[in-house]
Design a protein around this ligand. Structure first.
Ligand code: RIB
Ligand code: CA
Length: 306
């Protein structure tokens, strides 16, 4: 069976690192391109981290650099969660700079999509600035995009604002462009990310899984996306889990809009599960996850990595 062509848009980021590893070593996904965007830390750092990861994983995937800032507001990063470099806690090899394309991420995505023999799945696990720019500059790409499977948003409370999730809240205008695009969207938000947990006993098991497991163990010691003892949140791996093991999710088709103007709610994903707004569904929202199934799948996926 053909592997599914995907482009990963990312801001590593400790949870991004594991999501990228799982995608690269899966039998089902063909990672055609990785694009970087400012988010967890600066564009320079997320790009460096991506190139270090590809060197570490021994994978020659082309990388293209994207947006250094959200569309409208300045970047407020998440270095408090991931450390100053974005991947504190492990001594990675040098960045594999020969993987860097000269093209901007938006142009590189357009090229991969338009030249693909089958529709491409976009997997943004970061603020969606690059995706919004792609759709605004080159709307013709829509005809060869299979779907967008994103980590972001929340039907409930937030992790950046009271009601807003980091990726969407960092660039709400970009998220609105994506949700208004008419493309098939799968939203793997905090509603599942908060239950996609890795516990200390899981981290101990990863120590014996080879170098990716060992890397994860030491990164998790530093990661502040939850607590090492009560469970670390593998937000970005939820997007990969949807692609590779969708049966672990409860999914509801509904209308999602992005609040841009709320004084206290800007960046919130308004997930209209009860149809109050009487708008046609524009997204499949993952509203629940089998946490035990996730843990088994996550450990099995990491064990398949280098
Ligand atoms: O809210 C979680 C998201 O924000 C994840 O993608 C994490 O890496 C951060 O970017
Ligand atoms: Ca991320």
């Amino acid at each position: 069976m053909n592997k599914r062509p995907v482009i990963i848009d990312t801001d590593p980021g400790i949870d991004d690192a594991l999501a990228i590893a799982i995608a690269l070593f899966s039998d089902e996904l063909d990672v055609r391109l990785i694009t970087t965007v400012a988010g967890n830390v600066s564009l320079k750092n997320v790009t460096n981290n991506t190139l270090k990861l590809l060197n570490f994983f021994e994978k020659d995937i082309p990388v293209a650099v994207g947006a250094a800032q959200p569309l409208i507001e300045p970047l407020v990063d998440a270095s408090n969660v991931h450390g100053a470099s974005g991947m504190e806690g492990f001594d990675f090899p040098e960045p594999k700079t020969d993987l860097l394309l000269k093209d901007h991420a938006v142009n590189a995505m357009r090229k991969v999509i338009m030249e693909s023999e089958e529709p491409v799945t976009l997997v943004p696990i970061a603020p969606m600035t690059n995706i919004a720019l792609l759709l605004a500059m080159y709307p013709e790409v829509k005809k060869n995009i299979r779907e967008i499977v994103m980590m972001g948003g929340s039907a409930g409370r937030g992790n950046k604002g009271v009601m807003s999730e980091f990726n969407v809240a960092t660039d709400p205008e970009a998220a609105k462009i994506v949700f208004d695009s008419g493309l098939p969207i799968v939203m793997a938000g905090l509603d599942v990310g908060w239950s996609a947990l890795v516990y200390p006993q899981d981290s101990e098991k990863m120590l014996d899984m080879g170098k990716t497991g060992q890397m994860a163990y030491y990164l998790f010691k530093r990661y502040r996306g939850g607590s090492f003892n009560t469970g670390l949140k593998m937000y970005d791996s939820c997007a990969m889990a949807y692609l590779l093991c969708p049966e672990m999710f409860k999914v509801e088709e509904t209308f999602v809009d992005i609040e841009l103007n709320g004084e206290m709610t800007r960046g919130c994903t308004v997930v209209d599960l009860k149809g109050y707004l009487k708008k046609a569904p524009n997204a499949k929202v993952c509203t629940a996850i089998d946490g035990e199934k996730f843990r088994e799948w996550f450990l099995e996926s990491v064990s398949r990595c280098i």
